[in-house]
Structure formats: structure tokens, C-alpha cells
Design a protein around this ligand. Sequence first.
Ligand code: AMP
Length: 345
Amino acid sequence: MIKKKLGILGGGQLGMFICQAARNFGIYTTVFSTTKDFSAKDFCDNYIIGKFNDYKKIQEFIKSSSHFTVETENIPIDLLEKINNNKKIFPSSEVIKIAQNRLREKKFLNSIPGVKTVKFSSINSYDDLCSKLKQFKFKAIIKSCELGYDGKNQFIVNKNNIYSFEKMNLNNFIIEEFIDFEKEVSVIVSKAEKNIISYPPVENLHKDSILKETKYPADLNNKLIKSSLEIANKIANKINLNGVLAVEMFLLKNDDILVNEIAPRPHNSGHWTMDACKYSQYDNLIFSIFEPFVKEPLPQKSCKMINLIGKDFNNFDNLKKKYKCYDYFKNEIRPKRKMGHYVIF
Ligand code: AMP
């Protein structure tokens, strides 16, 4: 029997969990990592360390596998297209392209009937920021359109601090209305050739724009559960998903739901599925790649997932005595760096 082979772009904690799921199903993994020390190193069967523009290493990577996936959307689009042209990539480069750029993503989301986002506009300079801030009632959030994650390259702007942005390069930024939401929730969907499944909505708590906690089940009434699932499914269908997609949403006080962003890959707010569902988001990613059907997740128990960020990790050994803990094997503790997580049932 020919062994199934999966190439994974990125070797962080998401890549590590993808490798573990793949191993459970007997799939051979090759990770492409841009750094020497990476979380997935001891969990993959093979790895290539190099830059995304290193032609030889990329050729070697493309040769290594028949199927490919990503642990991040921040990968040069020409590389994704190159893989897409030669082999199968999950999700396709078209899907990842939409999620890579916040403007493109928001325009796409608003083109879907029944899906809405916050008000937004593009900015490219300090002058743009000044004129747009007025339109956004003097409280807004600006984010770089590309390569921002975990609160990187995003800032809250108001009347008092606007001057501090005068010297900043604001080329290719988006400005969004700053909203006073009631809750943040996310829904993860997985779609294979023949079916689509969704994980139930979870409630997310962010601190300094980084996910801190995810709670399952979310404290939502049935109508909101239904609407959040419908929105996520509409997006997955419209984008022609092949793989896994996380949809992050804001729930407003008047029960409106606005989509904040989408991530076409397993998501931090889905880590809980490894411990509380029959089939995790990583299992379903593997099924969506190698099987015609994905499987109903079948959640078994309520839980809370808590991220260990930066120095939180110093408490890891203590937490391990009480809770199910995960170490991401990062080479050093850095502020705002996700180092591990634990799950309370
Ligand atoms: P993002 O990188 O877009 O996921 O933003 C990270 C976090 O910042 C979100 O999960 C929210 O907690 C907060 N945030 C982002 N955009 C907005 C917004 N337009 N209004 C209020 N809070 C926001």
C-alpha cells in the first residue's frame, strides 16, 4: 500500500497538532519550517528548514508529498499557487488568498447575503487616518491589512492618541469602527468533497487582542446558536471550502452578529475539540484532505481552554498536576507568545 503523504507549511503548535492527528491515521508528514526550532519538530516524520523563497527547498517540499495544508494564512501567495498548480492543497490558494488580506476578506464577507462585518475603510497615510477617524466617531481600530496576528500591527485610535501615529507608516492599513460588543464567539466548519460539518459555537475571551480563553458551550440562546452556525456555513459554502475554516464573530447587545475575521485552518479556539469531542478539528482536517466525508464532531463534555501566554508558562509544572496541559515546546518565553494551553473540564 502506498503511504499517504501530507506536506504542512508551518511548524508551530497548529502544525504540531496537525502532525499528531495525521500520525494517528498513519499519514506521513513533512513540515516546511522557516525557523530551526519549531513545535512540530518531534511530531513530524520529515522536515525541511528554509525560506519561502528558497526555490530548491520548495521544490524538495513539493516533491515530498501528494497533499498539502497550511497552519497559517501568512504564506506568499505565489508559493501557494505553485503548490496548487502541481498538487492538492487544503484549503486551496484562492481560499487562503481571501483570508490573507483584511480588506479583501471584509469585501468578500459583505458580498454574502446575510453576512455582515463592522464598518471599515482602507487607509494608506496619516492624512487618511485623520479624515476617516471623524467618520468613525473618533474611536476606531487600525490594523495592517496583511501579516498581522495576535494583535500585532493593530492599534486603537481615538481623539487623544491620534498624534502618536503621525510618524508611522500607515500604508496598506484598514480602519474599522471600534465596537462595543457583548461577546466574541467562533464557529469552526470543515468541508470535504461530499459533506460539511460544524463545531458548536464557543465563547472567546481576548486580552490585549490575543485569545486568552475559550469556553464550550457558549452561553447563547438557541436563536443565536442557529444564526452563528448559519453564518459560518454560508461563508464556507461561498468560499468553496476544502478543509477547515474558523469564523470569528462579534455578538452585539442587540443580538446582531458581525463577522470579525476568518481563518482557513485549524484555530486556537478549536484546541478544546482535541479533548472534548470524538473528532477534533485536526481529525476533520485530515478527513477533509484524504476522505470524501468529514465527521460530526460529537462533543462529549463542557470545558474551558486557557492559553499560556508569555510568562504564564512559568506555572506550567503546577498546572500539570491538576489539568490537561499542552506544551508547545517553544525555545524561549517571549511576551505575547503562545507557549502552551490547558483545559479545565
Ligand atoms: P483580530 O486580529 O481582528 O482578530 O482582532 C483581535 C481582537 O481585537 C478581537 O478578537 C477583538 O477582541 C479586538 N477587536 C478587533 N477588531 C475590533 C473592533 N472593530 N472593535 C472592537 N474590538 C475589536
